[in-house]
Design a protein around this ligand. Structure first.
Ligand SMILES: CC(C)(COP(=O)(O)OP(=O)(O)OC[C@H]1O[C@@H](n2cnc3c(N)ncnc32)[C@H](O)[C@@H]1OP(=O)(O)O)[C@@H](O)C(=O)NCCC(=O)NCCS
Length: 434
């Protein structure tokens, strides 16, 4: 495997689903920003993996043709909530295998208000087995959203089995909302007291509305390249190495009677263990974590699954203040999915953007001190998890080459940004709406 570096990242602001902006515009914005970030044009991209969950096939091509019909291979990826990091894994593998020198991972999504619903009611749900187990053990609540039930029941079980409390879950949401006020890309940027979080409407079990991620529209993008490419293009002062990346899918534990396992914790455990091994580190070497807090309960479970605490001790991380600034780790400095939003295909690439900015020390007043290793965790029910470890590749990073710092300002793209990023060959373009 060749070494792989993230050289460019970019994202749109995540927003409430309103239907006013379409996916080609979101996707273009993130792709242009990532290309501007590393000063390349689309001609440098030899392979692209595009992630989205809701949309017809080949939306990736529809987005990228706005940058030029350069005839590169484009793969469209759908892996539920881990779609964005699955696209990143595809792009990384293309470079790591030596197939290409430079690849793009792009994720975008347009969602609807309210909770997630199946678009394919006439066929078998990919989650039918886990719903069957829930039905036969605890019974399904027909009124509560399916995902909230799975994660809510897992949280309840962790509380019962290990002595955590519902207050621990509310504290996670309080922290992530507090972090979000410093992230201009975040859908919500509001501070809430613990009481406000606890008193917001109950969605399922211990989970109140302010402990759930909303539905969102938006896009994220990362450009990855080989060591030779980084050297050739003089990009060392903005490259961040991916030192480990592991995808795992469910084990039969997912079908056990233990609700903790319904949320995919076993996938996380196995992927994390392998990722630390690949990186040659232990969890204690990490300073900053972007993890999959789709519901506060899943952040709690993930502390345990990712080995940030001893098994059964996830709540002690909260009690000791070791999940925020001043503690051992800063978890979800971006505000996490709970505040930043969760456009399924984009989330993994937004996590990547945040961690790259953190590694480059560009994150302004949400900067985590002394970042050397950063950990990313993105999980989709059904299921797939991707755990990625990033490492600083330079002692000093250059200032942004754009005329503003994209880590602390969420600007729309301008015609000049697009002109800089688009293909300069004789390729044709689909019309781009900026
Ligand atoms: C939490 C949830 C049940 C709320 O549903 P809802 O109240 O019907 O949500 P709507 O989209 O109709 O929004 C109603 C209002 O609540 C706000 N809202 C929605 N979800 C919110 C959340 N999680 N936190 C704060 N506000 C939220 C909306 O912005 C909207 O505000 P507005 O009226 O001022 O515009 C829903 O957002 C949900 O199911 N989230 C989880 C999504 C999910 O499962 N993702 C995959 C995870 S694995």
């Amino acid at each position: 495997m060749n070494k792989v570096y993230v050289i460019g990242v970019g994202m749109s602001k995540f927003i409430k689903p309103r239907g006013e902006v379409d996916y080609p515009e979101f996707g273009l914005e993130a792709a242009v920003k990532a290309l501007n970030d590393c000063g390349l044009t689309y001609d440098a991209i030899e392979f692209a993996a595009c992630g989205y969950v809701y949309g017809d096939s080949t939306c990736g091509q529809r987005v990228l043709y706005q940058l030029g019909m350069t005839q590169i291979p484009v793969i469209n990826v759908n892996n539920n909530c881990s779609t964005g990091s699955t696209a990143l894994l595809q792009a990384r593998n293309a470079v790591a295998s030596g197939t290409v020198q430079c690849a793009m991972a792009l994720g975008f999504e347009r969602m609807e208000r309210g909770s997630l619903k199946s678009k394919w009611a006439d066929r078998t749900s990919p989650l039918d087995h886990v719903y069957q187990v829930i039905k036969s053990t605890q019974g399904l609540d027909p009124k509560a959203p399916g995902a909230a039930q799975i994660f809510g029941r897992a949280g309840e079980a962790y509380i019962k089995q290990y002595g955590a409390t519902p207050t621990h879950l509310a504290k996670i949401a309080e922290k992530n909302h507090r972090h979000s006020i410093k992230n201009p890309y975040s859908q919500f940027q509001d501070v809430y007291s613990l009481e406000q979080i606890q008193q917001s409407p109950t969605i399922y079990g211990p989970l109140t509305k302010l402990q759930c991620c909303p539905t969102s529209d938006g896009a994220g993008c990362a450009i990855v390249a080989s060591e030779a490419f980084v050297k050739q293009h003089g990009l060392w002062d903005q490259a961040v190495e991916i030192v480990a990346q592991v995808m795992a899918t469910d084990s039969p534990d997912m079908l056990s009677k233990n609700p903790i396992e319904w949320a995919g914790v076993d996938m996380t455990r196995r992927a994390a263990r392998q990722a630390y091994q690949q990186a040659g580190i232990t969890p204690s070497d990490v300073q900053v974590v972007e993890l999959h807090d789709c519901f506060s309960a899943n952040e709690l479970l993930s502390y345990d699954g990712l080995g940030l605490t001893a098994p059964g001790k996830a709540h002690t991380l909260i009690d000791n203040g070791d999940n925020t600034y001043g503690g051992k780790y800063v978890v979800n400095p971006s505000g996490g999915l709970i505040s930043k939003g969760h456009p399924l295909g984009a989330t993994g690439l937004a996590q990547c953007s945040e961690l790259v900015w953190q590694a480059r020390q560009w994150a302004g007043d949400r900067q985590v001190p002394n970042v050397k290793y950063a950990l990313q965790h993105n999980v989709g029910l059904g299921g797939a998890v991707v755990v990625t470890v990033y490492k600083k590749a330079s002692d000093t990073y250059a200032a942004p080459r754009t005329d503003y710092n994209p880590a602390v300002e969420a600007r729309p793209i301008r015609q000049v940004d697009y002109e800089q990023a688009k293909s300069k060959t004789r390729a044709e373009f689909l019309e781009a709406k900026l």
